[in-house]
Structures are given as structure tokens and as C-alpha cells.
Design a protein around this ligand. Structure first.
Ligand SMILES: [Zn+2]
Length: 239
């Protein structure tokens, strides 16, 4: 037995099909987790149900008490995350944000996001996949890093659930991009970074892998960004 139809529907509507932990929009790729496991007496109830993306579900399930690594989510922590997300979804019902206080807060967040990402043509560089075209300025990855740090701040968050979901997806993919930069590029002269040129001769496979990784990820990041900007303009500035 699992959650019944009513619980499933209530949970999916309450979360707007976004993951309750990382907030990304999941569509059909969403799973319903028992906060208290059934073997521990957890019920198939709305209160015990937690909508999660595949990644966060794996993360919540993976913790092995025999080999503790990191900090396990507690049941009450999961519930608090979920409830605050449900509240956000409820507050942002409808495509237009009607509460003018929320609108102003979200406009400020949107402008801050734009300033962080648009400055020095960061997103243009990512769209062009400048990482594979030879040395690039350090400030590219420093700007990404700065954005990721800002995302840790509680006030850098959209009240609107759709916008926050898109921002969360963008953040996750920028995190992946940042990891690729650390993995595949090295200092190349003052304030520059590059995939090492010598890989072409010495480690062609490593070079191919680096190019492949960047080429796969950069269009996804650009796409996340453009979707967020378009929806933000529509939701925040259309009226
Ligand atoms: Zn998630």
C-alpha cells in the first residue's frame, strides 16, 4: 500500500510539482517520500508525505547510520522544509502576483539576480561556451561563485514559487558548471584560466572530456537563465 489517490493529489497540488527541498520544478519526475518510514510505523497520510525530486529523494534515502557521512535530515526538519514550501506555493497561486509587498520584494530579488549574472556579460560568455575557446578571465568563475554564495542568503529568495523553482534549478546547474571549471581548467597567466593547451598532445582524451562536459552543460544553464528572465519579466513587470 502507498499513499491513496487523494493524498497524492493533495500533495502534488500543495507543492506545485516542485521538490520540497531544492524547489526545482519536477513535472512528472517527482516522488512521494514517507517522512517516517513505513517500517517505523509511518502512515500513508498527507502529513507524512514529502514530495521530492529524484536527487533529493536519493539524498534523503541514502544516509546509512552504519556509515554516517554528513548530517541526516530529521523528520521535523523535513516537515518544516515542506510546510514552508507549501506556504510559498499557496501564496503564489495564479500567474500574476497580486500582493504589492510580495511584488516589490520579488522585483528587488529579480534585479539583484540580474545584476549578479548580467554584470560583465557572464551569461553571454556561458551561452557562447567560452570555456573551450582558450584562456578566459578568472572573474567568470568568481562571478559564478559570488552568485552561489548569494543564493545561500535567506533574503535572496523569490516569494513566488515558480520563480524560486527556476532560480533553484539555475543555481544547481551553475554549481555543476563551477565544479567543471575547477575540474577542467587551471591558471593560465595573470588572472586567467584555461583548459591546459598541452592536453591536446599529452592527454587528448581528457581534453575531449572537458570539451564535452562544457558543451553539454552550458546550453542548459543558458536555457535556465532565459526561462527565468522571461517568466520574471512577465510576472513582475507585465502590469
Ligand atoms: Zn530536489
Amino acid at each position: 500500500m502507498g499513499f491513496n489517490k487523494k493524498v497524492v493529489e493533495d500533495a502534488l497540488i500543495s507543492c506545485g510539482r516542485h521538490c520540497s527541498l531544492c524547489h526545482k520544478f519536477c513535472g512528472t519526475k517527482i516522488e512521494l517520500h514517507h517522512i517516517k518510514q513505513k517500517k517505523d510505523g509511518g502512515e500513508d497520510s498527507f502529513e507524512n508525505c514529502l514530495p521530492l525530486c529524484f536527487d533529493c529523494h536519493a539524498d534523503v534515502m541514502q544516509y546509512n547510520p552504519q556509515h554516517p557521512k554528513g548530517k541526516k535530515y530529521t523528520e521535523s526538519e523535513l516537515k518544516r522544509h515542506r510546510n514552508s514550501w507549501y506556504k510559498k506555493v499557496k501564496n503564489s497561486e495564479g500567474s500574476v502576483i497580486t500582493n504589492s509587498n510580495y511584488l516589490n520584494l520579488d522585483k528587488a530579488t529579480f534585479e539583484r539576480l540580474n545584476k549578479l549574472l548580467e554584470s560583465k556579460n557572464l551569461m553571454y560568455f556561458i551561452k557562447q561556451n567560452g570555456f573551450v575557446g582558450g584562456p578566459f578571465p578568472d572573474k567568470i568563475y568568481l562571478d559564478i561563485y559570488r552568485f552561489l554564495i548569494e543564493c545561500e542568503l535567506p533574503e535572496f529568495e523569490f516569494i513566488d514559487a515558480d520563480l524560486e523553482g527556476l532560480k533553484s534549478e539555475l543555481r544547481q546547474n551553475l554549481e555543476k558548471l563551477y565544479e567543471l571549471i575547477l575540474k577542467h581548467t587551471f591558471g593560465a597567466g595573470p588572472d586567467r584560466q584555461s583548459i591546459p593547451r598541452e592536453w591536446k598532445m599529452q592527454q587528448p582524451e581528457r581534453l575531449d572530456k572537458a570539451i564535452e562536459d562544457f558543451t553539454k552543460l552550458t546550453p542548459i544553464v543558458s536555457d535556465n537563465y532565459e526561462t527565468l528572465i522571461k517568466l520574471g519579466r512577465r510576472k513582475l513587470y507585465a502590469n
